[in-house]
Structures are given as structure tokens and as C-alpha cells.
Write a protein that binds this ligand. Sequence first.
Ligand code: AHR
Length: 319
Amino acid sequence: MVGGLLLASTLAGCGGDDGGSGSGGGDDKITLGFSQVGAESGWRTANTKSIQEAAAAEGIDLKFSDAQGKQEKQIEAIRSFITQRVDVIAFSPVVESGWDPVLKEAKDAGIPVILTDRAVDSKDTSLYKTFLGSDFVEEGKKAGDWLAKEYQGKSDPVNIVELQGTPGAAPAIDRKTGFEEVIKTDPKFKIVASQTGKFERTSGKQTMETFLQSVKDIDVLYAHNDDMGLGAIEAIEAAGKKPGTDIKIITVDAVKDGMTALSENKINFIVECSPLLGPQLMQLVKKVKNSEEVPTRILTEETTFTPEQAKAALPDRKY
Ligand code: AHR
């Protein structure tokens, strides 16, 4: 561990048998209140499954609440967990801002909070014990790096359209930041249109239809997740163009549907974002409940995929 930061795989390597009080059932069974963002994408469905299965495997009593994409519902759920006196609260924040009051309420009630998947922008980091999840800025940079390589040695302008995730959400903000950081170093790259597709397939399709009508020459689509990219593919095909060829496509996540489209050359490159956070989260829950020290930031290990790599990975893909 360096500076309070640990790789998720290292933590997962601690195994499940640490003598924590949550695994035994009976009186000392741990109760975890978890507030999920919603069910906007294949990634989210896989994440929910991972958390539910891991809680069951560890004998942790999971109180699961679906916020349907609304911050006020998440705040309501967290308040309800406080009232119920759960042992630990975990949540994946819909948006980055506006959490301090409810997090203070949890702290005052003596209930530890774990952030999973997405961060909050609270200055007071004592309001939560740890944050387990991806580095979204890094994901955006990987997308930009692939593009820079793909167009290396070419001087013609490259018109990029961007499908952003949910406004105000950490992955939408950070994936944009990381991508722009790389492409701004070469003036031939230009983001000619950038709008939200809310991380959803239908919304991605509708926004791509608007881009196709309003932007004359689109060379590249950068979608902040697979689902929006898959929706956009439908719009591109309906417009009589060939996705992956007429318009190059980069997405993030690497869920099975995205990987299938990549293996068919309809997507050109995918940056992985793993939703399988359940087992690591349950280890943290047990440690936090036992007042053990945990690293303040735990990074998920991830890779990237080309069409060839997707073909090889698909048979064993878990989500
Ligand atoms: O926070 C993770 C992001 O949220 C995933 O990339 C996206 O698919 C999901 O909706």
C-alpha cells in the first residue's frame, strides 16, 4: 500500500476468511445498506448482481435500494438506513456534488460510509471511510491515446462527436477530462458536438440521430459507455452508414454486448471498466464494521480491448 492507495486485486487477495463478524450469521450478522444508482446500463445490472451475490456469499444482510437515477431518492435511502441503524452504508453516487449534509448525518450517527464505483466531491474526506472503484480520468486518457495512435502521421482534421454520461456524474466528468487532456495536444482533433446520452442505450441512439442530422462530417464517436455506443450504432446504420468504418467508435465498459459489437468491428476500441466490485466491497464492509484500518482509495485494475482481443476474451467474459 502506498499513500493510502491499494489495488483492488490486492485487497481481493485477502480472501473471505478474515474472521470478520459478518460471515457467521446469528446475532453478529452485519447489516449493509446499499443505495444503487439505478438500472441505466448493462454495466449497472452486472454491478448490482455482483453486490447481491457477494453479500449472500458472505452472509451479510443486504438492504438494497434502487435510486432510479435520482439523487433525492439516494439521500432518502441513506436517511432510512440511518434510521434503521444498519452497521455500514455503501453507495454509488448518481452525481458528485451535494452529499455533505447526509454524510454528516451518517457520521453523527456513528455509521461508517463506503463509496463504491463513483466518488463525491466533498472536501471533508472524514465523511467516508474509503472509495472503491475505477480511475475514470485514466479511462478517458486511454480512449484518447488509442485515437492519437490511430491517426498518427495523418494531418486532415478529425471531427469527433461525444456522447457524455449522466450530467454531473463522476464518470461523465472524468472521462471527458481525461480524453480532452490527450487530444488537445494535437490541433487536428476537434470535438464538434458533445451532448449527454445519460449512459442509456435509447438516449444514446436519440442523441446520435441529432448529431447525424446536425454535423456534416463525423469521423469519430467517443461514447462514455457501451450502451450509448450501441444505441448510436443503431442510429448510424439507420442513416445508411457503416459503424466502425464510416465512423470510428470508442466506448468504455466492455460489457458482453459491447464486446460482441467490437468483435464484429462495429466498435473499434473499448476501455474496460469493471463492475465486479461486490467481493471487494464485502471485505471492506467487514473490516470497517470491525473498526479495522482500510486504505482511503482502492483502485480497480482494468485493461483495454481491440476487436481481436474482444474475440479472444468473449467466451470467458463474466458480464
Ligand atoms: O459509474 C460507472 C458507469 O455508470 C458505467 O461506465 C456506466 O455504464 C454506468 O452507467
